[in-house]
Design a protein around this ligand. Sequence first.
Ligand code: IPE
Ligand code: IPE
Ligand code: MG
Length: 251
Amino acid sequence: MQPLDPHKLPVHLAVIMDGNGRWAQQRMLKRIVGHQRGAETVKMVVEQAWLLGINYLTLFAFSSENWSRPALEVRALMTLLKKYIRQETARMMRKNIRYNVIGNRSDLPGDVNETLDEAIRTTSLNTGMVLTLALSYGGRQELSRAAAQMARDAVSGKIAPEAITPDLFDTYLDTGGLPDPDFLIRTSGEMRISNFLLWQLAYTELYFTDINWPDFTINELHKALADFQSRERRFGKTSDQLTDRGTLSND
Ligand code: IPE
Ligand code: IPE
Ligand code: MG
């Protein structure tokens, strides 16, 4: 395994967990079996992120667009989600991990929301890693909900339109309070964002791997993090400005 520099890890790691269906279909199994195996990878990544001391882990588990999948698959995913949360809450307590959810929770079934509420309440005082699940989440939907709320607040006089800056905008998003992701991993070979964290990914380092989510291993995670550590994040500046050379001269 490649050695990682503990001082250069992402503070916030985000993951688009993709390829469960193809993993199963390649093995003549039902897609849901792929999702079940994918849940095992989730446990591994949560454990590793926690061991490495990553502060924020955000997982894209179900998109706004995933509602248009066959009803049977959607139902199976909701059942799997409930089972995962119920099973893992005790472990989250032992690891001092706090659950957080982003997305349009009003579209989720009542029993799923009850399970989420319970897990969020139980882990609410934990001070370690924040594990955010993106459920019924879409970036455009989140942005338009934020815009609608800002418009309501402007009409009621709570905010002035001139006060709408990127910093204020941030506070209206589901992710308010979370730093932007430093690193995004997407599995399964697709090189797209699929409506995930559109605003928040502005300066995130992106990483794509062909491996399907159920096959994603500790070794693959370390390989991805080693790649992150080799990147130079310039945020619009020149490379020289990021080193001592840049701070010593003005040219
Ligand atoms: C990711 O795997 C899990 C969800 C989107 C819920 P997919 O189900 O998208 O798997 P593929 O992309 O069809 O292989
Ligand atoms: C993105 O994967 C959503 C999740 C991983 C939850 P999809 O499989 O839904 O994305 P597309 O449809 O291939 O873009
Ligand atoms: Mg997919």
